[in-house]
Ligand binder design. Structure first.
Ligand code: BES
Ligand code: MN
Ligand code: ZN
Length: 468
């Protein structure tokens, strides 16, 4: 999308998006009834006669970055559905929110249409004018650039995340990541089955063993800091399809498990933006990619697996595969990359959805200050996270009588026992974990985002990398 900054609405610029606070409703002529248009955040009123799309931004006193982002993305989603190719976004004196507004416009305008028949495809906006006061034309440039990068990187992650398992599997994911790294000048490393065996990555090999499409472990390195600076390591679960394996899942809804790679896609999207923005610190992105399938070569309940760091794990449920691949990846982050801090993102447990619904990702950490840092980055991004408990008893629940750990502690506190499992691989390294099982994708258009992958985590990770 071509974005230009203007001090007046250029002629022929298509749909005009106007932000309207509740207090401003009465000033519109003709003034809409409250039934027609409430001006609540994300509500819209389109005036066909003059080509204006009014979008509500709520109470004047409560306007903030996230509400502007939400509102603009709702407008952009509508424009996408209308198939309009040109738009102008009138920011006026709300120029302080230009980054969030542009981010919202880019996010809202994305839809996964790769396999829709031609007649059901809609064209995206190709040209957007951001209209601000004359005095701001020069100063708003950086914010617009940032908003566009953050939105584009998230959409890139969503596009890959939306790609189904027959097309997107560890090997093809590697090719996507390799292309991205080439474009952005990022260092790229990949371990295939041979490298994984040599390195002793028992968890990833066990999970990937059942699939004809072998697992991969990827590392993407951004060197924005000084040499020797311990990196922030972003770790993502990238299960390209999760059938559950031998502990197979019920048929209903199993198609959703193409989204089990969303943690990895969040990391990939974040690395893309971190490189584009030239973030001045060292950041490493690690993706643990595997397909969890049942077969004659699949790992089985009862197996005892030796992980990368030497921990032994009794497999009690092959569907608890995310923690198996992540345990290896976290161990690698410490030993290979000397992680200063790390955060993992994973569609880890259905239990997290039971606890929080689809409105927030669960957040765990071994350091109180890190929880606050993640919360701050998430609130700036408009991505909800919620701190969850790490009682010692959760660790007791996953003790095995035949190995160091077992990979499931049963259904009680399932999201917390999964987090406890991960925690046992991080030692004293500051670490945080986001369970994004139910925030990573949507079954319908919602809150200004089209159905499918939401890109949850991409923008929070970027803002975190800029702040810690
Ligand atoms: N990928 C799933 C978690 C999931 C479930 C994500 C629903 C999104 C929607 C994960 O690998 C899984 O299967 N977890 C099990 C763990 C259990 C076997 C201990 C679960 O949540 O049931
Ligand atoms: Mn599973
Ligand atoms: Zn899974």
């Amino acid at each position: 999308m071509n974005i230009r900054i203007a001090s007046e609405v250029p002629s022929g610029s298509g749909v005009l998006v106007r932000l309207v606070a509740k207090e401003e409703c009465s000033k519109l002529s003709p003034a809409p009834t409250s039934k027609e248009f409430s001006a609540a955040v994300g509500s819209v009123l389109s005036d066909r006669s003059n080509g204006v799309l009014y979008v509500g931004i709520g109470d004047q006193s409560k306007i903030d970055g996230p509400s502007i982002r939400r509102a603009v993305s709702s407008a952009a989603l509508i424009i996408r559905k209308l198939g309009k190719e040109k738009a102008a976004l009138l920011l006026g004196d709300r120029v302080g929110f230009a980054e969030e507004a542009v981010e919202g416009f880019v996010l809202g305008g994305y839809r996964y249409e790769a396999f829709l028949p031609e007649r059901r495809r809609t064209s995206a906006v190709s040209s957007l004018a951001v209209v601000v006061g004359k005095e701001s034309v020069g100063t708003v440039r950086k914010a617009v650039f940032r908003g566009q990068i953050l939105g584009d990187s998230a959409n890139m992650a969503r596009e890959i995340a939306n790609t189904p398992g027959n097309l997107l599997y560890p090997e093809t994911l590697v090719e996507k990541a390799r292309g991205l790294c080439r474009r952005r000048g990022l260092k790229f490393r990949v371990l295939d089955a041979t490298g994984l065996k040599k390195g002793g990555f028992g968890g990833i090999l066990a999970v990937g063993g059942g699939s004809a499409r072998g697992p991969r472990l990827l590392a993407i390195e951004h060197r924005g800091g000084r040499k020797g600076e311990h990196p922030l390591v972003l770790v993502g679960k990238a299960i390209t399809f999760d059938s559950g394996g031998i502990s197979i899942k019920p048929a209903a809804g199993m198609e959703e498990m193409i989204f089990d790679k969303c943690g990895g896609m969040a990391v990939l999207g974040a690395m893309d933006a971190i490189a584009a923005l030239g973030v001045k610190r060292n950041v490493v992105g690690i993706l643990a990619a595997a397909e969890n399938m049942p077969s004659g070569e699949a790992y089985r309940p009862g197996d005892i697996v030796t992980m990368y760091d030497g921990t032994t794990v009794e497999v009690v449920n092959t569907d608890a595969e995310g923690r198996m691949v992540l345990g290896d990846a976290l161990g690698w982050a410490i030993r290979e990359f000397k992680a200063g801090k790390m955060i993992d993102l994973a569609t880890l447990t259905g239990a997290c959805g039971v606890a929080l619904g689809e409105h927030a990702a669960g957040l765990w950490s071994n350091e109180a200050a890190f929880i606050e840092e993640v919360q701050e980055a998430a609130s700036q991004s408009g991505e909800r996270v919620w701190p969850m408990p790490s009682f010692e008893e959760y660790g007791t629940q996953i003790r095995s009588s035949v190995a160091t750990l077992k990979n499931s502690g049963g259904w009680l506190g399932g999201a917390c026992t999964a987090a406890a499992f991960l925690r046992s691989f991080v030692g004293a390294t500051p670490w945080a974990h986001l369970d994004i099982a139910y925030t990573s994708h949507r079954s319908k258009d919602q809150e200004g985002l089209a159905s499918g992958a939401t890109g949850f985590g991409v923008r929070t990770l970027v803002r975190l990398a800029e702040s810690v």
